[in-house]
Ligand binder design. Structure first.
Ligand code: FES
Length: 201
């Protein structure tokens, strides 16, 4: 038999934040004319994110009610689409390619290095809001694999040490601890040359 506590926790998924009446009213306005079937769900996300810059957590119960689904489905959908976010955008976002060519050439280690250097996980923003990492799919620029994308430019092919050096230059903070995988270049090692960034199409 379930305890009362566990029973309640399953039935109270998300409550609107206190003091967010105006926010909720605006979100209601934004989705008012949409069809309650799920075809319009993405349209709702886009409208809300266009208005606020992200999808506020308070929107989740409203969306679940409107589209006759559960908060879990709403959260899962937001999580699925990398363009959607539930927090204000970071000052600087770096796209990490999760495609097969990049993976074969060691991009997972680059991901770990970036997460450690920026102090944030994939598809999240650092606590200070400065850096964000976003998982993206292959867009056909595999000749630069493994790569990252920054402000519409491609940086690659990258080694782990090059990615650390590049990320540390971006942070402008050499005091940040390097990743623990030992991939950091020695202090007196010459800086590796990165491939000339390719302008986005
Ligand atoms: S797999 Fe990364 S660019 Fe193609």
């Amino acid at each position: 038999m379930f305890s009362q506590a566990s029973h309640n926790s399953r039935l109270t998924p998300v409550e609107p934040a206190a003091g967010s009446t105006e926010l909720l009213a605006r979100i209601s306005e934004l989705i008012e004319d949409l069809s309650p079937d799920r075809v319009d769900l993405l349209k709702a996300f886009h409208r809300i994110q266009h208005e606020f810059g992200y999808v506020p957590r308070e929107a989740v119960p409203l969306l679940a009610g409107k589209f006759r689904t559960t908060p879990a489905i709403i959260f899962g959908t937001i999580d699925f689409y990398s363009e959607l976010r539930m927090a204000p955008a970071a000052e600087t976002t770096v796209d990490w390619c999760s495609g097969p060519a990049c993976l074969l050439k060691g991009s997972l280690n680059i991901r770990r290095a970036l997460e450690a250097t920026f102090e944030c996980e994939m598809n999240r923003t650092s606590a200070d809001g400065r850096f964000g990492l976003r998982l993206v799919q292959c867009d056909g620029t595999c000749h630069l694999a493994p790569l990252v994308r920054h402000h519409g430019r491609y940086i690659g092919p990258l080694t782990v040490s090059e990615s650390i050096e590049w990320a540390r230059r971006l942070t402008g903070d050499d005091r940040r601890a390097p990743p623990e995988d030992g991939a950091r270049p020695a202090a007196d090692e010459a800086s590796p040359e990165l491939a000339e960034p390719v302008e986005a199409e």
